[in-house]
Design a protein around this ligand. Structure first.
Ligand SMILES: [Fe+2]
Length: 194
C-alpha cells in the first residue's frame, strides 16, 4: 500500500460534496472522486474503531453496516463482512465507490443479458471475480456494471468504505438468483448505528 495519510472523513466529505454539487458526468465523478477515496482509505484512522466490527446482533450478527455520513446526493458508510459472511448478487440503483480498508474481500461481477421485459426474470452472466485488497477501489456504474456478489472467505473481518450517490436505506433495489434466472425486489434495512 502507498504512504499513509491523515486525510480524514470530514475532509473527504467536504471534497465529495463540492464534487457532487458541480454535477459531474459519471466519468468525471469517478476520475475526481476516486483519488479522494484513495487518500481516505490510506488513513489508518479514517474509521472509528467501533465501526470496524460486525454488529454481533440482529438478523446478521456477522455483518456490520455503519452510517458515517448522509447528505443530499452523498452517502458514506463502513461495511464489515465477518469471516464467512457475504451477500448474493444485487444491484445498487446509484453510482458507488467501494474502498477496501482492512483485510480482503472476494467480489464477483455479473452482466445482465436478458431483455429486461419479464417480471421477476433476469439472466446473469459472470463477468469477473476479483480479490479486493486494502487500498483498492471498486466502482459501481448504475445500469451498466453494478451487479455484484461479495464473499469473505478469510478468517478475519473485511472492512470497506462505501460511497454512494443515494442513501441506500429504503432504496428499491434487486436481488438476483442466477442459477434460476430469477430476481426480486429488496430494500436495505436501517444501519446498525442509526
Ligand atoms: Fe453491493
Amino acid at each position: 500500500m502507498a504512504t499513509p495519510t491523515t486525510y480524514g472523513l470530514e475532509e473527504f466529505v467536504a471534497d465529495m460534496q463540492e464534487l457532487v454539487r458541480s454535477r459531474p458526468d459519471q466519468g468525471t465523478l469517478f476520475d475526481r472522486g476516486s483519488p479522494y477515496l484513495d487518500r481516505l482509505i490510506r488513513n489508518p484512522n479514517a474509521i472509528p474503531e467501533e465501526f470496524r466490527h460486525p454488529s454481533g446482533r440482529g438478523r446478521r450478527p456477522n455483518h456490520g453496516s455503519w452510517a458515517l455520513h448522509r447528505s443530499d446526493g452523498l452517502f458514506v458508510s463502513s461495511v464489515v463482512w465477518g469471516p464467512g459472511d457475504g451477500i448474493d448478487p444485487h444491484d445498487h440503483q446509484t453510482w458507488g465507490m467501494i474502498g477496501i480498508f482492512q483485510n480482503a474481500i472476494q467480489e464477483t461481477r455479473y452482466r445482465r443479458t436478458d431483455r429486461r421485459d419479464r417480471e421477476g426474470y433476469a439472466v446473469l452472466e459472470k463477468d469477473r471475480a476479483m480479490l479486493m485488497k486494502p487500498g483498492e477501489i471498486s466502482l459501481l456504474v448504475p445500469g451498466e456494471d453494478e451487479i455484484h456478489r461479495m464473499d469473505n472467505f478469510s478468517d478475519r473481518p473485511a472492512v470497506e468504505i462505501h460511497v454512494y450517490g443515494k442513501d441506500l436505506v429504503g432504496l428499491p433495489r434487486h436481488m438476483y438468483d442466477p442459477a434460476n434466472s430469477a430476481m426480486k425486489g429488496f430494500k436495505s434495512d436501517k444501519f446498525d448505528n442509526c
